[in-house]
Design a protein around this ligand. Structure first.
Ligand SMILES: C[S@@+](CC[C@H](N)C(=O)[O-])C[C@H]1O[C@@H](n2cnc3c(N)ncnc32)[C@H](O)[C@@H]1O
Length: 288
């Protein structure tokens, strides 16, 4: 990789950042803006990635010249991960959270909230945070007296979600406040769950990727490309049952059910015909 685009600001001569198999560098929009360059350098530092000046290059050219697959662009509008060769652009947004919250306000309910039996004051642990759409809905329901903690295993997705939950501005009754209240962290739930106290959350929630075509919506495509796809193993679900005081809820595709789930208590229909929520009972002390 040539370094002819590096400047004194480019403090990281190390290899580009690798996230699973995806390599990326950090840059700004085409037009030079010192404020954006400073912000972009901050992102690079936080992500332990390399900042490169944009120097009016197209993103395709920049990837070729820097020898990476993707670019994290910091612009006045947003921070996005772009994979030019695959036409993928990922950035934080709360997706359907506002619509789902409006449905709740209008008394139409929400399948996830029903499956969780969620009420004001509940403590929820989201083990697959993603863009925190589900966590935002949960946070709205549990309110100020409740608590939502979310873990996201992919460092870049986690960083964008943590930042988005802190800064994204959105209208809608209580939606933005619900986002701000979420305690979002980077972490693999398989490692985190064993460290948590027994019965420390009312509900523990999982929404892993479905691998089959049913969930391959365009809206999900960028997160699907970047996020972690490793299967959640039975031991992790067993730990979740220990940490849950009331239940564990797992979103799954009807054509892609988990095998060998411990303590299945019920299966509740999801919003469409292809999704359902599996409820696992909280583990009795002697089970753990
Ligand atoms: C289908 S998405 C979840 C979407 C999320 N429910 C939302 O509302 O935005 C799955 C997310 O879980 C993350 N993930 C997968 N395995 C994980 C693990 N073991 N621990 C934490 N996060 C994980 C993926 O990187 C991805 O962002």
């Amino acid at each position: 990789m040539g370094d002819r685009h590096m400047s004194a600001e480019d403090r990281r001569p190390a290899a580009p950042r690798e996230c699973d198999d995806l390599t990326y560098v950090v840059t700004t929009s085409r037009r030079y803006d010192p404020r954006l360059a400073e912000l972009a350098m901050g992102w690079a530092e936080r992500l332990d990635a390399r900042f490169v000046p944009r120097a009016e290059r197209s993103l395709q050219a920049l990837c070729g010249e820097e020898g990476v697959d993707a670019v994290l662009t910091v612009t006045a509008e947003r921070v996005s991960l772009i994979i030019p060769a695959e036409d993928v652009k990922y950035f934080f947004h709360p997706s359907m959270a506002r619509v789902r919250i409006r449905n709740l306000i209008e008394g139409m309910g929400d399948p996830m909230v029903t499956a969780m039996g969620l009420a004001e004051g509940d403590r929820v642990l989201d083990c697959t945070l993603g863009r925190a759409t589900d966590a935002t809905v949960a946070s709205w329901v549990v309110g100020e007296e409740g608590r939502v903690v979310g873990y996201e295993a992919h460092p870049l997705v986690a960083a964008l979600t943590i930042d988005g939950l802190e800064h994204y501005e959105i209208a809608g009754r209580g939606v933005q406040e619900a986002m701000r209240r979420i305690d979002a962290r980077e972490g693999d739930c398989a490692r985190v769950l064993p460290t948590l106290e027994t019965g420390s959350f009312d509900v523990v929630y999982f929404d892993p990727f479905f691998e089959h075509a049913l969930e391959r919506s365009q809206a999900m495509r960028p997160l699907r490309r970047i996020g972690v796809h490793d299967r959640i193993v039975t031991d992790t679900f067993a730990q979740a049952r220990r940490v849950a005081r009331r239940c564990v809820v797992i979103k799954q595709g009807r054509e892609e059910r988990f095998a060998d789930l411990p303590g299945v208590e019920d299966v509740v229909a999801g919003g469409g015909s292809r999704v359902e929520y599996v409820l696992l009972s909280a583990a009795k002390r002697r089970d753990v």
